[in-house]
Design a protein around this ligand. Structure first.
Ligand code: ADP
Length: 264
C-alpha cells in the first residue's frame, strides 16, 4: 500500500558537504531531523534522494496555516455506507514505516504542530483520540521537517518545545562550482550560461537584508536555465525567473535588472 510513496528512480542530488553521512546517522538512530536552510536550496531534493538511498517510502506534506491536526493525523468521514476513517499522512507514515517530510513546518499553527510531538518522544507513539487508538510507530518511521530560519517573523518562529525535539542539518546554497553543475544538470544548459547565472545569484544574495528578503535560490537559477534552454534570451529569462519573483519593488527590480545586464 505504500508503493505509491516509493521513489521509482534515483533523484539527482549533488552533495554539498557532509549532509548525506549526517542524515544516515540520524536515520539509523531514527532521530527526528530538521533540514534547516533558505527556500530553494535543495532540502526537498535531498530528502527525496535520501529516501531513495535508504529504500524508504516518503510521505511529503507542505504545511500551511489552515492545516489542522486532523489533516495530519486523520478524520472520520461520512459516506453512503456510514463513517469511514481517512488516515492522515502522518499516521500513514508512522504505521507503515515511511519517512514523513513536513515541508515548511513553521507555516502550520502551533496547535497543529503539537500533533507531531508524541512521535518525537522515545515511545514513538501517536494517539488517535477520535479512533480510541494509539499507533505505535513502525521501526522504520522517521519524522523530518524543513525550516527556513531566514524570513520568519518572531510570530512565526518554531517554539523551543518543538525545535528541541529535533537534530538539525544545516543547508546553504551550494558553493559556485557545485551550483553551476546543478544548474547545468537540472536546466539542461552549458557551463558558460550556468556560471553566469550562479554569479548573478551570488550578487543578489549579498542584497539580502538590504532591500531583498532573500537572494536568488538555486531553484530560481534552474528555472532561468530551463527558460533559456527553451529559447528565451538569458536577460529575459533572468527577469522572468529571478528579478520579478524576487521583489515587487520597482527600484529594486531596476537595480536587479542592471545587475543582470553586467553578466550578459
Ligand atoms: P527546498 O526544498 O530547499 O526549498 P528544493 O529541494 O526544492 O529546495 O530545490 C530546488 C531545486 O534546486 C531542486 O528541484 C533541484 O533542481 C535544485 N537543487 C538544489 N540543490 C541541489 C543539489 N544539491 N543537488 C541537486 N539539485 C539541487
Amino acid at each position: 500500500m505504500m508503493d505509491a510513496y516509493r521513489l521509482a528512480s534515483e533523484p539527482y542530488y549533488l552533495p554539498v558537504g557532509d549532509e548525506v553521512a549526517q542524515f544516515e546517522a540520524a536515520w539509523q538512530a531514527r532521530l527526528p531531523t530538521m533540514l534547516k536552510g533558505p527556500t530553494g536550496c535543495g532540502k526537498t531534493r535531498f530528502i527525496e534522494h535520501m529516501a531513495w538511498r535508504l529504500g524508504r517510502p516518503l510521505v511529503t506534506l507542505a504545511c500551511n496555516e489552515d492545516m489542522t491536526a486532523s489533516d495530519l493525523v486523520g478524520r472520520w468521514l461520512l459516506d453512503a455506507g456510514g463513517t469511514v476513517w481517512q488516515e492522515g499522512p502522518l499516521t500513514l507514515a508512522a504505521r507503515h514505516g515511511a519517512i514523513c517530510y513536513l515541508d515548511e513546518v513553521v507555516e502550520a499553527r502551533q496547535d497543529t504542530i503539537v500533533a507531531i510531538h508524541p512521535l518525537t518522544d522515545t515511545r514513538r507513539a501517536l494517539p488517535l483520540e477520535k479512533r480510541n487508538e494509539v499507533v505505535q510507530a513502525h521501526d522504520d518511521f522517521q519524522l523530518v521537517i524543513s525550516y527556513n530560519p531566514g524570513y520568519q517573523s518572531m510570530l512565526k518562529d518554531l517554539k523551543q518545545s518543538t525545535r528541541q525535539r529535533f537534530v538539525a542539518i544545516d543547508f546553504h546554497y551550494p558553493p559556485p562550482e557545485r551550483e553551476t553543475a546543478i544548474v547545468m544538470h537540472e536546466g539542461h544548459v552549458g557551463d558558460d550560461l550556468a556560471r553566469r547565472l550562479v554569479a548573478v545569484a551570488g550578487k543578489t544574495r549579498n542584497l539580502k537584508g538590504h532591500g531583498l528578503e532573500e537572494g536568488a535560490s538555486t531553484r530560481m537559477l534552474v528555472y532561468a536555465a530551463t527558460l533559456v534552454a527553451r529559447g528565451i534570451a538569458p536577460v529575459q529569462a533572468c527577469r522572468m525567473a529571478v528579478v520579478q519573483p524576487l521583489t515587487d519593488d520597482a527600484h529594486m527590480q531596476a537595480a536587479l535588472s542592471d545587475l543582470v545586464l553586467t553578466f550578459f
